[in-house]
Design a protein around this ligand. Sequence first.
Ligand SMILES: *Cc1c(COP(=O)(O)O)cnc(C)c1O
Length: 405
Amino acid sequence: MSTTAKSETTTARLIREEGLHVARNYDPLPVVVSTAEDVWVTDVEGRRYLDLLSAYSALNFGHRHPALVAAAVDQLGRLTLTSRAFHNDRLGEFAAALAELCGKDMVLPMNTGAEAVETGIKTARAWAYRVKGVPDGAARIIVAAGNFHGRTTTIVGFSDDPVARDNFGPFSSGFVTVPYADVDAVEAAIDANTAAVLVEPIQGEAGVIIPPDGYLRALREVCTKHHVLLIADEIQSGLGRAGTTFACDREGVVPDLYLLGKALGGGILPVSAVVGDRDVLGVFRPGEHGSTFGGNPVAAAVGLKVVELLRTGEFQERAATLGRKLEGMLSGLLGRGLTEVRVAGLWAGVDVHPSRGTGRDVARRLLERGVLVKDTHGQTVRIAPPLTIKASDLEWAVEQLELVL
Ligand SMILES: *Cc1c(COP(=O)(O)O)cnc(C)c1O
């Protein structure tokens, strides 16, 4: 063992070793997690942290939820993968349950969120050509400024974040960007070749940007009027986070397609899906689209259990109730280190006053106090605990934020 290795903490050594062979596409906070249970994670030094990021809402049910782990373990002992060259005995039941949760007919299973978005784009284009009668190659999709829909080349091509985009072109055409939460701009951008409007009902990565009440309803009306699909990217906002099963439910809006991911995999494995009715998702013909792992039996077993948990309504209710509490507590910090607070369910974006440092500085100081959060876009910190969090833990976390500010 070298002298460096002896004097180094385990944390420092593991971070250094990871850095030797892992591409630097992330800049993680300096904590090395080794175990976790529900809302708490433990690092390699034995320190405990409250997880207020929940892997960007992939951990809505907490770490290692017993029912989800049991579903995965049970399936691992029976069948893990068939590919969709053959049927497996789990996919049908999962798809039926998820379709029912969404009030739709059909599910197209994929793995990551970005794949669900890509699938939504392909669905909208094929629908435009085969159903709406748009000339082949001419379909356009309207997207919102400030969007985050994933990291594939097509998707970053219609991002307006230079960090996500720059040096990764050339990009696909066929996307039109309009301001977020501006329904008149959407309507003005629609023409005969418009296939769809793709939107996050609440913008997550942008810093939990909540559109004014009525926006989604107006968007639904405009899409229906012009025979354009409304595609809701609920990958981060859905599955209980916003205090309802889907963020669209906050305005009683039903999109033509739901894009789901993150929490659909129960914090265990990547599971995503596009959910819609037969007149839209039915456009695919065998061989036109697919995924080797999409709809695999382990994903289906875990995804089914996720749907069963959501059917109880318990998690949505907790998100709504605890979210009101969180909003009350965070509002008390306005003018005392925070300049703006945006809360939807158990999901908050708070803007830090520059005199208190950047969002990243606040995240580092919270880490020292045993709280994990992630900054976004300079001054913003995102707060998204597992929906299983106790009120007392939430109070403690906000106390730590107050101390740090
Ligand atoms: C995370 C996210 C995605 C991409 O999901 P991945 O699983 O990381 O590919 C897409 N849309 C939204 C709104 C997201 O938050």
